[in-house]
Write a protein that binds this ligand. Structure first.
Ligand code: ADP
Ligand code: MG
Length: 490
């Protein structure tokens, strides 16, 4: 597929994401990382680099970086270096951030995902370990700024892509996939509101085939919705500037969700401005191949691997397999349903269709779905056997949804489903003579449709089948009704 152009411009986007690693303690100290503590109670002397202190690498943070690298097919550096990135800011009173510069712990790798059923892959440049800074608080202080240093020294993995994305939609899909991976492997809690997963979007535009345009970096996008809005605004703004004859200046910009606009914060620094140099307090980070192999052997099945297995074992289309592996809980629900009913494709259709629709409608997640996989499997079994039609099954499913909390064990799932079918009178009509009577009546009552069908309008047949379904109160098998009708009309 060719890339979508906006007013003749191609969009180019690269992402830098800060994922907060889910360790109990800070990256170089034993202070707690718990969110929401009283301001300035969780930064210790090491986090603030007070004289006489020395940082000590947290192994758990390194292990999480290794897990991430293995999850996306990166190279894990056997030896990486910590550097000081020097700048002063009120929330960084120590004057430098410990980060990785020349040799990061994770190099390369690819993130693959679907956008509108089309497969995309985004290459990663690197992922490196670094410490977070504190936080400036403006809201509670009139004319002043409060500083909370609790977050100082919290471990971050900064994940940097190549400028591979070609639309804001693709970039949001990338961010969602990345979010899925880090939460799936459990290295980050993914809580965007609390700042555990923050994305910076580098955006530029160019005429197709031209050199890369100058980029502007939108900082700290902390919801997928803001991300989409911010990039769309930025893209329109840049095109307008160029069309009006202005050149884009490289800059760091902030998105204001209230106005939906981005505005310049500062002109972008170059690496030289940070005067990076190796941190003399930290030895190089050495990762032995045995460590990497141990981590590899302990890793859970990854979403992409699981999706491939779903295609191979259950014969699902790749699109289904990808959708079903959107989270661990979702995948587990599918597998349990598919195994219990023996109809994986039907299970997939139900979960991607009716189940997802109701989850969205009631705004609940699959973890708290009121219909157990055993019950859904029982229902699918009855559909497969032809006991009820697919449409009637949707009614049964809604009743199952509302019947949660009845405390009936999953072993009795089939009998629950059967009693709802009988109680609601939804059993499909298998009696051909009764069905034929209805069909004859429909033919007599709708001469115009019959005429049209015979004149070659196949749509007229659908109208007649609709009437038959109505006449049978939804109990006819539409396939069977259509077949019988066609043979009668000759
Ligand atoms: P810096 O060192 O200033 O952070 P990088 O070269 O590391 O700059 O790039 C930062 C991010 O910007 C990367 O994700 C990269 O893919 C992206 N990027 C670089 N050039 C462009 C461009 N012209 N348009 C959009 N994104 C870009
Ligand atoms: Mg950068």
């Amino acid at each position: 597929m060719t890339n979508k152009l906006i007013q003749g411009y191609e969009v180019v986007i690269g992402f830098e994401t800060h994922a907060q690693l889910s360790t109990q303690s800070k990256i170089f100290s034993r202070a707690s990382t718990t969110f929401g503590a009283e301001p300035n109670t969780q930064a210790c002397a090491v986090d603030l680099a007070l004289p006489g202190t020395l940082p000590v690498m947290n192994k758990g943070a390194v292990e999480r970086a290794i897990q991430f690298g293995l999850a996306i097919g990166s190279t894990i550096s056997e030896r990486s270096i910590f550097a000081r990135k020097n700048y002063f800011y009120p929330d960084l009173p120590k004057g430098y951030q410990i980060s990785q510069f020349e040799i990061p712990v994770v190099v390369g790798g690819v993130i693959e995902f679907f956008l509108n059923e089309e497969k995309k892959s985004v290459r990663l440049v690197r992922a490196h370990l670094e410490e977070d800074a504190g936080k400036s608080l403006h809201e509670d202080f009139i004319g002043q700024t409060g500083i909370d240093l609790n977050r100082a020294g919290t471990p971050l993995l900064e994940i940097v892509t190549e400028p591979d994305m070609r639309s804001s939609e693709e970039a949001v899909a990338y961010a969602k996939e990345l979010h899925k991976i880090v939460t799936w492997i459990g290295i980050c809690d993914g809580n965007m509101q609390e700042g555990s997963f923050r994305c910076d979007a580098n955006v530029s535009v160019r005429k197709p085939g031209a050199e890369l345009g100058t980029r502007r970096e939108i900082k700290n996008l902390n919801s997928f919705k803001n991300m989409q809005q911010a990039m769309d605004y930025e893209i329109r703004w840049q095109i307008e500037q160029i069309e009006d004859g202005y050149a884009i200046q490289q800059a760091t910009v902030l998105f204001d969700p209230d106005t939906g606009e981005t505005r310049s914060m500062r002109s972008k620094e170059d690496a030289a401005d940070y005067r990076y140099f190796p941190d003399p307090d930290l030895p190089p980070l050495a990762i032995a191949p045995e460590w990497v192999e141990r981590v590899r052997s302990e890793m859970t099945e990854l979403p992409r691997v699981m999706a491939t297995r779903f295609v191979a074992d259950y014969g699902l289309p790749e699109y289904d397999a990808t959708t079903l592996t959107q989270s661990k809980a979702f995948a587990a629900y599918f597998e349990a349903t598919a195994k219990a009913c023996g109809q994986p494709k039907l299970a997939s259709n139900w979960i991607m269709g009716e189940v997802s629709r109701l989850l969205r409608h009631f705004d609940i997640s699959i973890e708290t779905i009121p219909v157990s996989s055993a019950r859904l499997a029982a229902l699918i079994q009855r559909v497969h056997e032809g006991t009820i039609s697919n449409n009637a099954a949707k009614q049964v499913f809604e009743l199952l949804w509302n019947a949660s909390g009845d405390n009936i064990a999953d072993e009795d799932a089939l009998s629950i489903v059967d009693s709802i079918i009988e109680f609601k009178g939804l059993r499909q009509m298998n009696d051909t003579s009764a069905l034929e009577k209805i069909i004859d009546a429909v033919i007599t009552a709708n001469p115009k449709n019959v005429e049209e069908y015979r004149a070659g309008n196949s749509k007229a047949l659908n109208a007649l089948v609709g009437q038959i379904m109505k006449g049978s109160q939804g109990k006819a098998n539409p396939q069977q009704a259509g077949d019988l009708l066609r043979s009668k009309l000759g």
